[in-house]
Design a protein around this ligand. Structure first.
Ligand SMILES: *[C@@H]1O[C@H](CO)[C@@H](O)[C@H](O)[C@H]1NC(C)=O
Ligand SMILES: *[C@@H]1O[C@H](CO)[C@@H](O)[C@H](O)[C@H]1NC(C)=O
Ligand SMILES: *[C@@H]1O[C@H](CO)[C@@H](O)[C@H](O)[C@H]1NC(C)=O
Ligand SMILES: *[C@@H]1O[C@H](CO)[C@@H](O)[C@H](O)[C@H]1NC(C)=O
Ligand SMILES: *[C@@H]1O[C@H](CO)[C@@H](O)[C@H](O)[C@H]1NC(C)=O
Length: 617
């Protein structure tokens, strides 16, 4: 409800409606018509659209500096994460930006009570009819349909703002975002088919893997991955996580993916009997749903929750079901179509005082379909979580260096910028330098799985933490290798890897074998969560943003990761990159050795360094 006093206060404070609506507009953002989408009818003018307006975060570089200091194991501030309020102060916009945007909104009849703000006031949300959005942004919205899937969205390829607002507004969406969040799963097949191919005798001797718990892994793990296989392979057998020390794990779900509780119990009965009857908290965000009908169980959500919760039991677990994702039916009765799931999720979690210390996501878009301004802003949201001590894992993608399309006629290995030149296809968010991108392996002993997403961002430059490891790899490449197909100065993907195929889960009451880097991300996150459990029980802070630690450890004690040196990740009609000794764009620095990592991270790095300094003095 808009109150009179609020109106008066606004008018007094800002001289509302002082700006003539004839202010000179200039184009703020402009994209070429996206490949694979067809512009259909004009958007219905009375359709309500939820616009999110991003105000610049002038102190973001200070936040980034803090993030790197508290995440660098050799820094004295390691682990001294920021509070919610400290992070908010560092992403707050200038008062002038807030004022000028208010003034502009007021000139269109939109006042404080008509809008919502993020706690830091760096985002403003308004719900307006398309006709008003078109007037405010001097644009025309259309219904666009994605050719391959038939999904429809309301978008424009260009929008304008009064010239004086350009430096006070970073971006406004939905306008130019034409991404389609993909659920990263492949090789989904039912176990009947799989059982026919099972050739491992019940009495086959275990496979010897020196870095594994006890030095060996059950022979069956070469064909079927279970919770026990992962614990054996990554040297985590026998570790007991705490149920009560405050450590938690979170899994995100989008695209109407529901994690089914009955399937989870069936999975526990088979693979983690001590976890039977335990469950998780489902949090619904932005109209996210949670239909527990067995037939509605989502393969992605079940895979992520069954393995993450099975591996980390009894760690308290959360599943976030975020709505607002395609397919959107452009019906005038549909209330809104924000269609930007990561920002909806970030809005929600950044408002929470307490968060799971480890959160895994198995969804992504082709980086080039996300406008650069939007990718940077979402990535800045992930940095805020890192600064607060949250570790974020993302699956690196299931298309190798390409888009996963096998039929050359359908491959989309071309730039989307109007030049249409051949290019590898990195994915976002894994390309964001503030998250940990997880690639995939298969079999025992491990080798890179062919679909493991890897490569180099075209948006984000290479962060310092991976400079040494990545340049070693690039120096080994034959000169001219894939010249023009990737950006050798970009943020390199993935950072790490984990098993990514032949996972046995339960779906709608039946066992299925499923794979994808979708399986690898929650698996790696689970190992991180167990490490956090060990640290928190010793009174140490959570690991937070992992990458500086990962590359520092790899440089000082490479044995904490199982280096994957065989396999490659074909795509775009090429064999892709090779897994090699050291970091590579297929499996990163490799898969985790929990036992060794635990021994290292349960030391207080700050203490160790302070003591070393004292001894030296
Ligand atoms: C595991 O399976 C792969 C693929 O079938 C095979 O090449 C490899 O030899 C197997 N490993 C062992 C130890 O049997
Ligand atoms: C789970 O619940 C069932 C039914 O209440 C009970 O019989 C069983 O003992 C419980 N199992 C565990 C491991 O708590
Ligand atoms: C859940 O899904 C079932 C089957 O698809 C459907 O009949 C039911 O109405 C749904 N329930 C809710 C609460 O949406
Ligand atoms: C881009 O180039 C490829 C390969 O030459 C071609 O198949 C495709 O149709 C082109 N797309 C556009 C939008 O021009
Ligand atoms: C991958 O390794 C093979 C075999 O050694 C080699 O022929 C090929 O050039 C390598 N590919 C790249 C991209 O380095």
């Amino acid at each position: 409800m808009r109150s009179l006093s609020a109106l008066v206060a606004l008018a007094l404070a800002f001289g509302a409606a002082a700006v003539p609506s004839t202010a000179v507009h200039k184009v703020k953002e402009n994209v070429v018509s996206p490949r694979g989408w067809t512009k259909r009818a004009p958007a219905p003018s009375d359709h309500i659209i939820e616009l999110r307006i991003a105000l610049p975060q002038p102190k973001f570089d200070v936040l980034e500096k803090h993030l790197y200091e508290v995440s660098d194991p050799f820094h004295e501030r390691y682990g001294q994460h920021l509070t919610k309020e400290e992070v908010e102060a560092l992403v707050a916009p200038e008062a002038e930006s807030i004022h000028l945007v208010n003034e502009w909104l007021a000139s269109h009849g939109i006042y404080e009570d008509d809008l919502a703000r993020s706690p830091a006031k760096d985002w403003v949300h308004i719900k307006v009819p398309v006709s008003l959005a078109e007037e405010m942004l001097k644009t025309e919205y259309h219904i666009w349909t994605h050719d391959a899937s038939g999904d429809s969205v309301i978008r424009t390829t260009s929008y304008s703002l009064p010239e004086h607002l350009h430096e006070h507004v970073e971006l406004i969406q939905p306008t130019t975002v034409f991404s389609r969040t993909k659920s990263l799963k492949t090789s989904f097949r039912f176990s009947e088919a799989q059982e026919k191919s099972v050739a491992i005798a019940a009495n086959a001797p275990p496979i010897s893997v020196p870095s594994a718990s006890g030095g060996h892994v059950d022979a069956s793990c070469n064909q079927t991955i279970t919770v026990t296989c992962i614990l054996e392979l990554y040297n985590a057998v026998g570790f007991k996580a705490s149920a009560t020390n405050g450590n938690q794990i979170g899994i995100t779900g989008y695209l109407e993916q529901f994690a089914n509780i009955q399937d989870l119990q069936t999975f526990f009965a088979e693979q983690r009997p001590d976890a039977l009857n335990s469950t998780f908290k489902t949090i619904l965000i932005n109209g996210g749903e949670n239909n527990q009908t067995l037939d509605e169980a989502g393969a992605e959500a079940n895979l992520d929750t069954q393995f993450a919760y099975g591996l980390t039991f009894p760690t308290p677990a959360t599943f976030y079901s975020t709505g607002g994702s395609p397919p959107f039916i452009p019906d005038v009765l549909t209330p809104d179509d924000s269609n930007e799931p990561y920002t909806e999720w970030l809005d929600f979690v950044l408002k929470q005082k307490t968060l799971p210390q480890t959160i895994s996501t198995s969804y992504a878009d082709d980086e080039q379909t996300v406008p650069v301004s939007f990718a940077k802003r979402v990535c800045a949201g992930f940095a805020q979580l890192g600064a607060r001590g949250v570790s974020l894992t993302f699956s690196s993608g299931d298309g190798g260096v390409g888009d996963g399309e096998e039929d050359p006629a359908l491959q989309e290995c071309f730039t989307n910028d109007g030049r249409n030149v051949t290019r590898f296809v990195p994915l976002f968010p894994p390309s964001c330098p503030f998250v940990t991108a997880v690639g995939g392996t298969i079999h025992v002993p491990e080798t890179a799985v062919f679909f493991s997403g890897g490569g180099f961002s075209d948006v984000f430059p290479r962060p310092a933490y991976q400079q040494l490891a990545v340049s070693k790899f690039l120096n080994k490449l034959a000169p001219g290798t894939y010249a023009g197909l990737f950006n050798p100065n970009g943020r390199a993907i993935p950072d790490v890897a984990a098993q990514a195929d032949l996972f046995r889960i339960f779906l709608s009451g039946r066992p299925v074998s499923i794979g994808g880097t979708s399986a690898a991300a929650p698996t790696f996150a689970s190992i991180v969560s167990l490490l956090n459990s060990a640290r928190i029980s010793k009174g140490l802070p959570s690991l937070g943003f992992l990458n500086p630690l990962i590359y520092a450890l790899q440089a000082t004690d490479p044995s904490v990761f199982n280096d994957i040196t065989t396999g490659n990740n074909p795509g775009c009609g090429t064999p892709g990159f090779n897994a090699t000794e050291g970091w590579d764009p297929v499996t990163g620095v490799g898969t985790p050795n929990f036992g060794k990592l635990k021994d290292i991270v349960t030391f207080d790095f700050a203490d160790v360094l302070t003591n070393a300094a004292k001894l030296g003095a």
